[in-house]
Design a protein around this ligand. Sequence first.
Ligand code: NAD
Length: 418
Amino acid sequence: MRNSSISKFFEKSRKEKLDIVKNFANLSEEELKILQSNNGGISFEKADKMVENAIGTFSLPLGIATNFKINGKDYLIPMVIEEPSVIAAASKGAKIARIKGGFDVSADESYSIGQIQVLDVDVSNGIRKIKESEKKILELANSKSNTLSKMGKGAKEVSCKEIDTPLGKMLIVELLIDVGDAMGANITNTMCETVSPIIEKITGGRVLLRILSNYSTRRIVKAKAIFDKDGVGGDEVVDDILMAYQFADNDVYRAVTHNKGIMNGTIAVANATGQDSRAIEASANAYAARTGKYRSLSKWSKDKDGNLVGSLELPLSVGIVGGISNVHPVAKICTKILDVTSAKELACVMTATGLAQNYSAIRALATEGIQKGHMRLHARNLAAAAGATSDQIDQIVQKMIKEKKISLDRAKKLLEQI
Ligand code: NAD
């Protein structure tokens, strides 16, 4: 059984950390070399094939969050993020959630929604005719993917809706497609384009847009965890966290920042595994406003024993095949470290990480404030950069915080004095 609860992981050297990850994930020497190579994982030649007008590549820190137990399975979670404290906060949140068994997460099947905009049409007649031809439309859509058809996946349903706009009524035809273990953007767009000519023929209208919707409401992931009352810091801290949550749930200015904290966790895993982070954030923000008011994406309450209970629901469109997940060597290794075997499992991990992150942020805000932890971590990084050993780091950090002088020069001076 793999154990992600690794004592003092943050104090270990890079080599020790890599050895732990290598053993945990059964990485090959080749994969280890890629992680050690310091070039961010892709060559210029690869970058030049990915985007237009390429002039270079750009790398970001890759770290590992520890302590995660999700649906009874232990995970070391690769996170790519430039912001300090996030990886530590996720690990801390997971550590407290672990006391009561970790995260319970479930995910819908991977259904994407493709939209076809039909103009110059008698909408109600069009809807009736489309429904009559549903089988034919689905067959044509599915002719575009042997892979999905062989897996029993692919286009499953056609639905229609009318929208009323200042430029007149429009018919929107939607394809519901089980895209399996991919994000599914390309197959969704392909299927929409493929069926458009017969949709024009059937309805007598004119098709304009044919495109995936990033609002993935048929790919909802639900995570829940119980945070042990004593681990959280006692009854008062639990109650203050509930007050902090009410602030987020009832004020848009606070809610946006609160949800951004959730994205700190979720997007860092998205980055590490090569997901389309813009799609995830756009969808999450729309979901936060689904009641007509922008609110907290997470919910916080307490159980009868006074433990803190957190839940998070996200519409998540992610893949373990396709996109750059199979092209970027570091993204491939990160997916291997996670040991996820389906897009649904990856979505569960990303949602649990968002919830862990949210717990730590809201707890820090409701107790000592966010800055103290940030400054402590900053001081720790500077002490390490000055060359201090793990025993010396604590002494230097304490002194710098007490003096309120946190700099690399000061860390170097204090190290000389030890
Ligand atoms: P992709 O185009 O690489 O397609 C996935 C491929 O994997 C398909 O050919 C499929 O047949 C194959 N496959 C093999 N095994 C599979 C399995 N088990 N389940 C499902 N498919 C399997 O990848 P994609 O997910 O269609 O595209 C993702 C990329 O598209 C991202 O980079 C995204 O940024 C980009 N994109 C996004 C949008 C948008 O968000 N609006 C629009 C266009 C493109």
